[in-house]
Design a protein around this ligand. Structure first.
Ligand SMILES: CC(=O)SCCNC(=O)CCNC(=O)[C@H](O)C(C)(C)COP(=O)(O)OP(=O)(O)OC[C@H]1O[C@@H](n2cnc3c(N)ncnc32)[C@H](O)[C@@H]1OP(=O)(O)O
Ligand SMILES: O=C([O-])CC(=O)C(=O)O
Length: 375
């Protein structure tokens, strides 16, 4: 990959603040949340433990985890006014717009009146986001009004249960834990920075998260997992994938799910989700999608030294669990809400309004022309 100078466009390489939450690429390819290596977290933890780590500052004890999960579980029911709002959104709406609207509506129904309420508001968003997307999806696509107050043990299990109308297998619930852990936090990425800028004006927590959802929606950020799926499902075999990818590269097309703003040689989340995707492929009896994905990875590295980021193998993994492509990025929201809000808390605890400067490139001075004299 071209080793661009870490300066200039896109604020690359510039330190824009401090955080105790996460390091990205500090030791080469590493990723840590509050000092814990991502491999240890993904291999051993449940997503709720990681949420507790990010939001409460430490890994929970058994009692703390049980209490935290019970609290989240008790908050899964949607308010009637939220259901009415979701029922107004058409089936062809973009699910990330549904998430954005759902979050904003929640800000009206459950306003954060004081920062002392932040933890409760955050927990409610964490508990409600799967309910919001699944209620809208099932109502608009299947014409059913689902009950969202399930007794599922985990957020990922709850999501799959609401989506498919039945409790998930152990394997699928486990993959959801891993996926939600991998997506939970990533330092000053675009959507988190959006949340921090909003927080720096002392705005409310729902505004911070609503803005962050908008930033995550784009295909250069969270939207890449859906774009990656749309790419790989076009290929009927690894050979076909190679042929078409070579043509895309010759056209200088951007290949979604590859490359990264900070990592230079690999994304540590890729190897983890790739392994789970392979397991799911075996379970599903897949002989095309996973081999196609592997060939894409090989070709991109061979030709361009571009590597898969967190999004690429998430596409096939989610697909094997029967998740519709358009719900991929909303799952990212269900996870990253922990990172976003941990950053909002951090920003609030040591705040100064974020307001950088710009190099002016416009005209030096312009002479006023009355409207009737303008051409
Ligand atoms: C969870 C996440 O948000 S991870 C990111 C998800 N996004 C994607 O997968 C979208 C595809 N990837 C990209 O667009 C980019 O790699 C980004 C947005 C992630 C990073 O952008 P940048 O920091 O500008 O990339 P970087 O400086 O490393 O790019 C170096 C060169 O490689 C090229 N390049 C980078 N990624 C790709 C790609 N996926 N396909 C083709 N070429 C690429 C760039 O065009 C650039 O070439 P140039 O110097 O001729 O303009
Ligand atoms: O850090 C970034 O720029 C994007 C990313 O991988 C993430 O937000 O998970």
């Amino acid at each position: 990959m071209v080793d661009k100078a870490l300066a200039g466009a896109g604020l690359r390489g510039q330190v824009a603040g401090e955080t105790a939450l996460c390091t990205v690429g500090k030791t080469g390819a590493g990723l840590t949340y509050r000092g814990y290596d991502i491999n240890d977290l993904a291999n051993n933890a449940q997503f709720e433990e990681v949420a507790h780590l990010l939001l409460r500052g430490h890994l929970p004890t058994t009692e703390e985890l049980a209490e935290y999960k019970a609290k989240l579980k008790s908050m899964r029911a949607l308010p009637e006014a939220m259901k009415s709002a979701l029922e107004l959104i058409p089936a062809d709406a973009h699910p990330m717009d549904v998430m954005r609207t759902g979050c904003s509506v929640l800000g009206n129904l459950d306003e954060e009146k004081d920062f002392a309420e932040q933890d409760d508001k955050i927990d409610r968003m964490l508990a409600l986001f799967p309910s919001i997307i699944c209620y809208w999806y099932r109502f608009s696509h299947d014409g059913v009004r689902i009950e969202t107050a399930t007794d599922d043990d985990s957020i990922g299990g709850h999501f799959l249960h609401l989506l498919h109308g039945k409790a998930p297998s152990e394997l699928h619930e486990q993959v959801m834990h891993v996926s939600l852990i991998l997506y939970a936090e990533h330092e000053f990425n675009a959507s988190t920075f959006t949340a921090r800028v909003c927080a720096s004006t002392l705005s409310d927590i729902h505004s911070c998260v609503t803005g962050a959802i908008g930033s995550l929606r784009g295909p250069l950020h969270g939207g890449a997992n859906e774009a990656a799926m749309e790419l790989i499902e076009r290929f009927s075999s690894p050979a076909k994938a190679e042929e078409e990818l070579m043509a895309m590269l010759a056209r200088k097309d951007k290949i979604m799910g590859f490359g990264h703003a900070i990592y230079r040689e690999s994304d540590p989340r890729n190897g983890i989700i790739k392994q789970w995707s392979e397991k799911l492929a075996k379970e599903a009896g897949d002989t095309v999608l996973y081999p196609v994905s592997v060939r894409c990875e090989e070709v991109m590295w061979r030709e361009k030294k571009l590597f898969c980021n967190a999004d690429f193998f998430h596409a096939s993994a989610y697909h094997f669990m029967g998740i519709p492509t358009k719900l991929f990025t909303p799952i990212f929201v269900m996870s990253r809400v922990t990172g976003w809000t941990a950053h909002v808390k951090e920003q609030r605890a040591n705040n100064r309004i974020i307001r950088p400067s710009a190099d002016y490139t416009g005209p030096e001075s312009a002479e006023w022309v009355a409207i009737e004299d303008r051409v």
